[in-house]
Design a protein around this ligand. Structure first.
Ligand SMILES: CC(=O)SCCNC(=O)CCNC(=O)[C@H](O)C(C)(C)COP(=O)(O)OP(=O)(O)OC[C@H]1O[C@@H](n2cnc3c(N)ncnc32)[C@H](O)[C@@H]1OP(=O)(O)O
Length: 156
């Protein structure tokens, strides 16, 4: 369940094949370095069009990319439309630089009667020192809904 984003009209957004999964570059667990957990669901490189008025990547942009990745996973599980009913509070631990690779990883935590709970992590590779850092992690909950917006059961 992976979606990949690229905008080939922008040189800073190469095709997915040109982007590697950040997790593959992490040292082995023996090194006890932090590593992403979950399935790679979205990878992209933010460009200048993604910045706020100060030239930085905003928390809103980050939350939107996480929602995009998790909603795609939830929609596949629900076989259709879902609505985001909650997301955790988010603590942004590292900045994202324009041109730095960003990867979003998702882990399915629970499927309820109508709800789907997904943990989402975003990681980036710092352009300056090349180090991979976790940007944020949060849990998103989606509810399966029909075309009229009524709650429905998640198919089993
Ligand atoms: C405003 C926006 O545009 S935000 C972005 C898009 N999101 C939306 O539009 C969603 C707006 N919200 C809604 O339409 C409604 O709240 C709905 C349809 C999602 C849910 O309606 P509710 O009456 O709260 O549903 P209900 O109480 O029956 O709960 C449905 C499921 O959601 C879960 N749920 C409800 N609220 C929460 C919550 N705050 N956190 C986690 N799970 C929740 C319930 O546990 C239940 O799960 P289950 O069926 O697996 O046991």
């Amino acid at each position: 369940m992976s979606i990949f984003s690229s905008n080939n009209s922008n040189k800073q957004n190469p095709a997915p094949s040109e982007l590697e999964d950040i997790s593959s570059e992490y040292p082995s667990s023996e090194d006890q370095e932090p590593a992403p957990s979950g399935e790679l669901s979205l990878r992209l490189i933010p460009g200048r069009q993604d910045t706020n008025i100060h030239g930085g990547i905003s928390g809103g942009w980050v939350a939107a990319r996480m929602d995009e990745a998790a909603e795609s996973v939830a929609s596949k599980i629900a076989h259709g439309r879902v609505a985001n009913v909650s997301m955790d509070s988010m603590v942004f631990m590292s900045p994202i630089r324009v041109g730095a690779a960003v990867c979003v990883y998702t882990t399915l935590e629970d499927i309820g009667k109508s709800s789907i709970k997904i943990n989402v992590e975003m990681w980036t590779r710092n352009l300056g020192d090349g180090e991979r850092r976790k940007v944020v992690d949060a849990t998103f909950v989606y509810v399966a809904i029909d075309e009229q917006g009524r709650i429905r059961n998640v198919p089993r």
